[in-house]
Design a binder for this molecule. Sequence first.
Ligand code: 1HE
Length: 267
Amino acid sequence: MPSGQPFGALPDVLRAERIDQVAVLALARPAKRNALTDEMVGGIGSFLDHLDPEVKAVIIEADGDHFCAGLDLNEMTGRDAISGLEHSRRWHRVFEQIEFGRVPVVAALKGAVVGGGLELAAAAHIRVAEESAFYALPEGQRGIFVGGGASVRVPRLIGTHRMIDMMLTGRRYEAAEGQAIGLSQYVVPAGTGRKTALDLARRIAGNAPQSNYAIVQALPRIAQANPREGFMMESLMAGITQATDDAKGRMQNFLSGRAPKVTDDPR
Ligand code: 1HE
């Protein structure tokens, strides 16, 4: 890996930095409301491919007032059906790297989280929304369909009926209502999204890697599995995680009074 490019070759519309065990990727195209070009989506994939093994959590945030205005519509006008299909599959590959990558991903949201921007956010594990955040799926108004995984991920968050309403009517959810229906886990005051995301990412980074791996890799699969296979997968992960020296040490720390109690809220 070239030393000057610890996160791979990123286009200038993405910016990456490392804060201890957390890698932060910023969408850096605020003049275009961080609308996603092919180059940006490829850059997100490259960033994830080049994560240092020391990195234990990732934050995706955005410059400017808006998280992301979705797909850059300029890049869509000339496509035929097959290149449109291939384009969608490329987004799927990169967003799958987010959802099923090595480390948990926290998205720090504000302003527009729309179209492909919501698809990107939905691939993250934790969404922190500033009060300015709003969500919409304007694909119906643009004459197209979602293509970055929303039809799979968004119904899991809010139910198919709400997504149908968003797409048919252009309904927009504001931050508080978005949190209430499951679009984000947190709503925080303006200007504090990055700090909250970093606090959460540091806590995630402090967990045992085997637990984080099981949570990110196994939990979503168990949730979609037939319960018989789900229970078996759960037992396998339970056995594997508790057999690690790391888990044994952590349990011993609690038993000898050296670990925080659940009553000690870390927030
Ligand atoms: C864009 C895009 C874009 C802004 N592609 N250029 N997404 C949408 O349909 C959402 C379209 N965007 C908007 O509704 C608004 O731009 C916002 C609500 C996000 C922000 O409004 P505002 O008033 O702050 O900014 P603006 O003046 O509308 O936009 C600033 C510039 O960004 C302007 O360019 P300029 O050269 O005139 O300054 C806009 O054209 C540009 N811009 N959004 C291209 N999306 C894998 S399938 C996914 C399918 C989708 O994501 S479809 C949904 C697309």
